[in-house]
Design a protein around this ligand. Structure first.
Ligand SMILES: Nc1ncnc2c1ncn2[C@@H]1O[C@H](COP(=O)(O)OP(=O)(O)O)[C@@H](O)[C@H]1O
Ligand SMILES: [Ca+2]
Length: 554
């Protein structure tokens, strides 16, 4: 069946159908009159035909009315169509840029060797080549612990100092893609063990450094030097590391103090609102457009191994032999040479020690007495400044949160004291120290005996250093967080050292950061919704009148 509209006569002529011979429809106002010339139609099919015609007429008239009222109809449709096209292009472009797969050759690498007093560790870092100036972008991807002792222990066979690094440097060659080797910087920083060796014998310490330098230069990496870093640098770079890894610089949040306990020195670094009275304890940084006035101090000889020597030397001078040490477990007994204690540059200058060659070191296991013995290695009596920590060193009151790492973590983690209050820690430590040595050895058969024997001393030393030395009172104890890693990267000075030497922390904030993930998702969803709405609108505006404009209904 066919309906034909004639503009000329404002009439619809309907072709003949199965049962209809002809239909002529005419509309005046809201009245539609239809003449059906039928031959054999039922009443129902004539009615249906009538309704169909009525709807068609109404639709046609509304469309005509809209066109008359809105001359912008067509341009509007074109505009919306352009918007939709642009929207689709924007969506695709954003998705492509945001989700661009990172190719392996987009990564850069850096190697830092931490030549500590007790051992050397090799760290490999990786970052995205184009995002060098963003915070939190550099990640540790590998750590290798060099077998044997620290490089300062090779003073009598210096050539072995370099060779000791072989295994870990071979691992570095494996870890870093070959095509990046030539541009991968290698830094070696030596800390308190080498500071002490330099004090004792500067020429031997130079020879040790030359040995590691010569060895590192045999590798295809970009050798950037081997040097003894200062205690101030060690503290500052540790502070940079923990705050970089916590993203505190980027977000301009309050920074976190850094507490580093090594074998031969210990560092405390934090931002203080109070004036730093002593210039040697004050460092200034401008990072990402913000100024930081930081307090730092490194106590040489107050790492836990040298502190033990200081405590033993102190006891050897004041008590009879055998040495009954309250910081070692009851039943512990060890033959030692006086030289093993007195040879340290931290201890030398104690004439009373030379009267014996050997002595027996016996454990007495008493936390309270151990605390008194440890306190004696600190000098709390003189201070030229407004406030001191110990040994006449200026220190403002501790402020804010602190990350305590390296031996602070190893010891407190072993003793299971990382989340206890100061009082609980003292109580638990007292019990641990009085536990018989045989029982301790039995309970921890896989732990190195040297570490195991010293955990009581180390625990008491840490509590004494933090409470009596730095004045972390009971209420401030909860602000100390014993940490090993932050987001997979070790807390320590090495990362901060590399970031600084590769200029990866700019003084001013870099340009606007790329879209964060949440922002990207929100924008994509909003754009998609907008596109759907536009599309529906366009369909309504474009298709409906277009369809109804047709003069034919089949
Ligand atoms: N698992 C562990 N348990 C206890 N102490 C540890 C453990 N691993 C390392 N240490 C100690 O951590 C300290 C690390 O100091 P190190 O970095 O070598 O010296 P420094 O920083 O003073 O040059 C050493 O005293 C070492 O014995
Ligand atoms: Ca260290």
């Amino acid at each position: 069946m066919q309906i034909i509209y004639s503009d000329q006569f404002s009439q619809w002529y309907v072709g003949t159908g199965e049962c209809l011979d002809s239909i002529v429809a005419k509309r005046q106002q809201s009245v539609l009159s239809v003449n059906f010339a039928t031959s054999s139609c039922s009443v129902r099919s004539v009615q249906a035909r009538f309704v169909e015609l009525w709807l068609y007429v109404i639709q046609r008239d509304i469309t005509a009315e809209m066109k008359e009222k809105n001359p912008w109809h067509r341009p509007l449709i074109i505009f919306i169509a352009i918007l939709i096209a642009l929207g689709i292009i924007a969506l695709v472009a954003t998705a492509v840029v945001q989700n661009k797969p990172l190719q392996p050759q987009k990564y850069k690498y850096g190697i830092v060797l931490d030549a500590g007093s007790s051992h050397t560790a090799v760290y490999i870092y990786r970052w995205q080549a184009e995002k060098e100036n963003n915070t939190g972008m550099v990640q540790q991807i590998h750590e290798c612990d060099v077998k044997g002792k620290g490089i300062s222990s090779y003073s009598s066979s210096v050539e072995r100092a370099g060779l000791s690094l072989r295994e870990c440097m071979e691992e570095a060659k494996e870890e870093i893609p070959i095509w990046r080797h030539r541009e991968t910087p290698v830094y070696l920083g030596a800390t308190a063990g080498m500071r002490l060796l330099r004090k004792e014998n500067a020429s031997v310490s130079d020879q040790v450094l030359s040995s590691v330098e010569g060895f590192l230069q045999t590798y295809p990496f970009l050798y950037q030097g081997a040097r003894i870093i200062s205690g101030q640098e060690e503290g500052a770079y540790g502070w940079i590391t923990v705050n970089y890894l916590s993203d505190n610089f980027h977000k301009a949040r309050a920074t976190m103090g850094a507490l580093d306990l090594g074998g031969a020195s210990t560092q405390i670094t934090f931002v203080s609102q109070q004036q730093v009275e002593s210039p040697e304890n004050s460092i200034y940084f401008r990072l990402y457009g913000k100024d930081y006035h930081v307090y730092t101090h490194s106590f040489l000889c107050y790492g836990k191994d040298q502190a033990l020597k200081l405590a033993m030397a102190q006891q050897l001078q004041t008590s009879d032999l055998p040495l009954r040490d309250p910081c070692f477990h009851p039943g512990y007994s060890q033959e030692r040479t006086v030289e093993s204690v007195s040879s340290s540059p931290c201890v030398s200058g104690s004439p009373a020690l030379s009267s014996h060659a050997n002595f027996t070191h016996v454990g007495a296991g008493n936390g309270t007495l151990c605390h008194s013995a440890v306190r004696r290695i600190f000098n709390f009596s003189h201070c030229e400044w407004g406030r001191c920590s110990f040994n006449g060193v200026f220190q403002p009151p501790v402020e804010g949160q602190f990350g305590a790492f390296s031996a602070f973590y190893f010891v407190m983690n072993f003793l299971n004291l990382t989340s206890d209050t100061l009082e609980e820690s003292k109580e638990k430590l007292g019990q641990y120290c009085s536990t018989p040595w045989a029982e301790i050895k039995q309970s921890y058969p896989h732990i190195k005996e040297k570490y195991l024997a010293e955990y009581c001393f180390s625990g008491v030393y840490i509590l004494t250093l933090l409470e009596d030395g730095y004045s972390f009172t009971s209420d401030k104890w909860k602000d100390i967080h014993f940490i090993k890693k932050i987001g997979g990267s070790a807390a320590g000075w090495t990362l901060g050292y590399m970031l600084n030497l590769t200029n990866m922390i700019p003084a001013e904030a870099p340009d606007a950061p790329p879209l964060p993930h949440a922002g990207y998702v929100t924008i994509m969803v909003l754009f998609s919704l907008l596109l759907v709405v536009l599309l529906l609108l366009c369909l309504k505006l474009f298709c409906w009148p277009a369809c109804t404009r047709s003069k034919h209904i089949i």
